[in-house]
Design a protein around this ligand. Structure first.
Ligand code: NA7
Length: 292
């Protein structure tokens, strides 16, 4: 191994994890990957990554391990299963990019620290697949400043902004605040495009037309036309949106915060998922409006 190269592990090569791991490969890192579905590792291997047979083997080889998994259940499984990361030995830092909410993040941080002498940073991201591919994600980090400092050089390959928001869970809470805006914007955008369509205005023109006014947003810019065209490319699943809204509502309950807009958005996303759109892109939300 060349002297100036550092080794890291990456677990979870889904829509977000794959381009994030590739950013590390194209930086000065030797990356070992593991993914539950082995066939999905081929693109990371083509980018120069090595393959581990289990999360435990990956953890034995690396003192810094990144995770990008669906939800808290997936993170718990990968961390604590028999051949999980926690069994790979003490002294490492886990950087968790999954969106799992503050309660799970705090629980994992405590359990890893007290039972396994492993440190944990919650580090959920925003910016989508395009941000992951271009290395322009924003990362909301929660945990100890010294741990975030240790992993900052690697994070900077994936992100234009790494923000230390506070102790464990603070990154997750910040991400959920972000998702309040993002999810309600997606729902508002579906509603607006349907109104344009029914009102006799070309909805595919609307995103450009609104681009310079108060309605402008990154969501409108990146997803407006795709939603209007019923583009079927998947860059973020509706089930993931549903999970985020559930996490937002749980924090609302814990903090006695009324969230009527998120409540409504959650019902619409649930309806879309129950209509069979769960594995489709979040822009397929407009199909709920097509049906009513
Ligand atoms: P994807 O594309 O659905 O990817 C999810 C990843 O999580 C994928 O690698 C899955 O493996 C993995 N996964 C899910 N459940 C498990 C379990 N139980 N054990 C091991 N691995 C698992 O999601 P995104 O990339 O869009 O999002 C990832 C996170 O970033 C999510 O929290 C978002 O909110 C933000 P698979 O390939 O299915 O075997």
């Amino acid at each position: 191994m060349p002297k100036d190269k550092r080794e890291v592990g990456f677990v979870g090569l889904g829509l977000m994890g794959l381009p994030m791991s590739r950013r590390l490969c194209s930086g000065n890192y030797i990356v070992t990957v593991w993914n539950r579905t082995k066939t999905k590792t081929s693109q990371a291997l083509a980018a120069g990554a090595n393959l581990a047979d289990s999360p435990s083997e990956l953890a034995k080889r690396n003192s810094i391990v990144f995770l990008c998994l669906t939800d808290a259940e997936a993170v718990e499984d990968v961390l604590f299963r028999k051949d999980g990361i926690a069994s790979g030995g003490p002294g490492k830092i886990i950087v968790d990019h999954s969106t799992i909410g503050p309660t799970a993040a705090k629980e994992f941080a405590t359990r890893l620290h007290e039972k396994h002498d492993i440190r944990y940073v919650d580090a959920p991201v925003t910016g989508g697949v395009i941000g992951a591919t271009e290395g322009t994600l924003t990362i909301f980090a929660g945990g100890h400043a010294s741990d975030i400092q240790t992993v900052r050089p690697a994070l900077s390959l994936m992100s234009g902004r790494v923000l230390h928001m506070g102790g464990h869970g603070a990154g997750q809470t910040t991400k959920l605040c972000n998702q309040v805006m993002v999810m309600n914007t997606f729902v508002a955008m579906a509603e607006m495009l349907k109104l344009a369509e029914n009102g006799g205005v070309d909805p595919t023109q609307i995103p450009d037309i609104l681009a310079d006014g108060f309605a402008a947003s990154r969501v409108l810019e990146l997803f407006g036309k795709r939603m209007a065209h019923r583009d079927r490319k998947v860059t973020g699943r509706l089930t993931v949106a549903q999970k985020d809204l559930n996490l937002i509502l749980a924090v609302g309950k814990q903090t006695s915060t009324k969230l009527p807009m998120c409540d409504t958005s959650s019902q619409l996303v649930r309806l879309a998922v129950s209509n069979g759109f769960g594995n489709q892109d979040i822009t397929s939300l407009i199909q709920v409006y097509d049906k009513v």
